[in-house]
Design a protein around this ligand. Structure first.
Ligand SMILES: *[C@@H]1O[C@H](CO)[C@@H](O)[C@H](O)[C@H]1NC(C)=O
Length: 141
């Protein structure tokens, strides 16, 4: 009866996870992510991790996002950290923005966008001196 069993692959899961990011369905997204390797034997790639980071961080679950990144089996890349940095700015979490900025800079030091995001986070928090320092650093790069 289950001859034509439905076998989702990496691409299916990517589409499903992107759908969850768009609809903000955290619980469902995490379940699909866990089922990928747990039930279907499909190992998640960096882009699948990136979707979960997007999903959690845009919902403002920044601590859960950090926890998730800490448990990743693959080394998170600059894209994963940058997704979290963007969300830290949106949720005006300066502490998290500083932490993630350091990670992004370690991985991808020449990207000016990182400075801009951190500087915006400082401005949102009215930390003008810190924002100024970032602007000066940018001129030196
Ligand atoms: C995940 O797998 C469990 C166990 O097979 C299943 O009950 C659940 O519906 C699955 N979740 C999703 C979102 O597919």
């Amino acid at each position: 009866m289950l001859r034509n069993e439905y076998r989702p692959d990496k691409v299916t899961f990517l589409a499903v996870l992107i759908g969850c990011v768009h609809s903000g369905s955290i619980k469902e997204g995490l379940e699909h992510f866990n089922n990928m390797s747990g039930v279907h034997g499909v190992e998640p790639e960096m882009m699948h991790y990136g979707c979960v980071v997007d999903l959690l961080s845009h919902a403002g679950e920044l601590d859960k996002t950090i926890e998730f990144i800490g448990e990743m089996l693959r080394r998170p890349d600059a894209i994963v950290w940058r997704a979290l940095l963007g969300a830290s700015k949106v949720h005006e979490n300066v502490r998290m923005a500083e932490h993630t900025n350091k990670k992004v800079m370690d991985l991808d030091p020449r990207n000016c966008g990182n400075y801009v995001l951190l500087s915006n986070a400082y401005v949102a928090d009215e930390r003008w001196n810190d924002a100024m320092k970032i602007s000066e650093m940018m001129r030196e790069v």
